[in-house]
Design a protein around this ligand. Structure first.
Ligand SMILES: [Zn+2]
Length: 477
């Protein structure tokens, strides 16, 4: 038996040789196929976008006045909380951008500059990689020196505004840090919807609008009723964020209760329909557009619902995928004033005790008396971001009128977003057409924003458009 056993071990039968051979071949095949799968995972696994979302409540806890109308407006409660939200995106090469959206009325340069500097130091985010947008919500709080001469001067209020602004700088930086920390694989898709409640307020008298609408008489003047939509979806199909835009002033309400006006209601409705998702709003170029008729909470909710419905219809698809790749460009372009205000004009206007012009003149005179002078131009922020081959985001400071969005969308084609109200509140930014027509958005009203002049030079549209074209060429190269 022993002999036999040894013999068997030493000399396998012909059948066993075949079995052993088969096993070895099988093992080799398994090993090779495992290597193939591993290698293909490393080589063929498509690099994907990474996205990170974060949100923070910014409703003031103290009695900071509501912003945007020239009067004392102490808060008397809230309809819902105010929010600041951030979307961080990273492409396959580690290039990152962060978009901040917020329910602020106006973020001034003295505030956003502090945020940009801290983001550069803490997260190595360069200026061209961050856009700080605000919806221009007139039921949001005052910030820094935004519209400083608009409001009666009260020492305690100035202190509260300053304290709240400091808090918001800290909160913005922390929010961006959180969005970056949340970066994880995601798919981006875009589409465009439409809703029609924005009315060109220069070309239609507010008092006439209800009758015109009721009688079916067409309203007049340029509008941009597009609702651009960008979705962020996780690999398991979960909708994580919906960014959407509309060109219209959030001035449905003028009371003293915190809320996000129509964009606030729209975001709440979208988030309710998609639990766990964050809805984010950008005001595209709504400087000369109003939600009309207005001034009731019911109308505000109705406009929010109309906007949310346009977003939902767009989400039904088909949405277009945004391919991978991120390029950014930014510059400050100097926008010249027609004339800076003279000392003589200021002395005369400073006699006005209670009005905006008087406060403005006295503040500027103090600057002259302290040895200061007035700049002949204002540094205007312009962004261009290219997302994949399909999407171009142009970011522009301040209250751009609708002509800018219509122009750049026509010039740069499908997939172009033109966001106003980015980085700095500044003033209205008229197109050449609106500048020539004059009136509220085009005329001599820069003093309302604290600028040392009454009017912009007539060439500002040309200067802005030249800058936009230069930056778009850079990101499309
Ligand atoms: Zn405005």
């Amino acid at each position: 038996m022993i002999h036999c056993h040894l013999t068997k071990n030493r000399r396998p039968s012909r059948r066993n040789w075949i079995l052993i051979g088969c096993r070895r071949v099988l093992s080799l095949c398994l090993l090779v196929s495992w290597f193939c799968v591993a290698a293909s995972a490393a080589v063929d696994e498509p690099a994907s976008w990474k996205a990170g979302v974060a949100r923070a409540v910014i409703t003031p806890e103290k009695s900071v006045w509501l912003a945007g109308y020239g009067s004392k407006r102490a808060p008397d409660g809230k309809l819902h909380d105010l929010w600041m939200k951030a979307l961080a995106l990273e492409d396959g090469d580690g290039q990152r951008v962060v978009l901040i959206t917020s329910d602020f009325q106006g973020v001034p340069k003295i505030m956003s500059d502090r945020v940009f500097e801290q983001l550069r130091q803490r997260f190595k985010l360069q200026r061209q990689d961050v856009m700080f947008t605000f919806s221009h919500n007139h039921c949001g709080p005052r910030l820094g020196d935004d519209l400083i001469d608009y409001y009666p001067v009260e020492a305690e209020q100035e202190m509260l505004v300053s304290e709240y602004t400091d808090l918001m700088v800290t909160k913005s930086v922390a929010l961006v840090g959180e969005a970056l920390a949340n970066l994880a694989p995601a798919r981006l898709q875009q589409g465009t919807g439409e809703t029609t409640f924005a009315v060109n307020r220069r070309n239609n008298r507010e008092a006439d609008v209800p009758n015109l609408l009721a009688s079916g008489t067409p309203l007049v003047g340029p509008v941009d009723h597009a609702v651009p939509v960008l979705t962020v979806t996780r690999p398991d199909g979960t909708l994580d964020a919906v960014l959407f835009g509309y060109a219209c002033h959030p001035t449905t309400l003028s009371f003293t209760t915190w809320c996000g006006d129509y964009p606030g209601f729209a975001q709440l409705e979208i988030e309710k329909a998609h639990p766990g998702a964050t809805a984010m709003f950008v005001n595209t170029c709504g400087g000369d557009q109003n939600p009309l008729p207005r001034r009731t909470v019911e109308l505000c909710q109705r406009y929010g619902h109309m906007l949310a419905t346009a977003v939902e219809e767009t989400l039904q698809g088909p949405l277009k995928p945004v391919s991978l790749g991120l390029r950014t460009a930014f510059e400050m372009v100097d926008l010249p004033y027609l004339n800076t205000v003279s000392r003589g004009e200021l002395v005369e206007l400073s006699q006005d005790e209670a009005g905006i012009k008087g406060r403005w003149a006295r503040r500027l005179l103090k600057k002259l008396e302290a040895g200061g002078d007035f700049e002949a131009a204002y540094p205007y922020p312009v962004h261009a971001w290219r997302l994949g081959q399909e999407m171009l985001v142009i970011g522009m400071g301040a209250e751009t009128v609708v002509d800018y969005a219509l122009r750049f969308k026509a010039e740069f084609g499908e997939g172009t977003w033109v966001c106003g109200y980015a980085d700095d509140m500044i003033s209205y930014i008229p197109s050449r057409r609106v500048w020539e027509e004059g009136g509220y958005e085009g005329g001599s009203n820069l003093y309302e924003y604290g600028r040392p002049a009454f009017r912009w030079s007539g060439e500002i549209e040309d200067l802005i458009a030249a800058s936009v074209h230069k930056l778009v060429n850079e990101v499309r190269e």
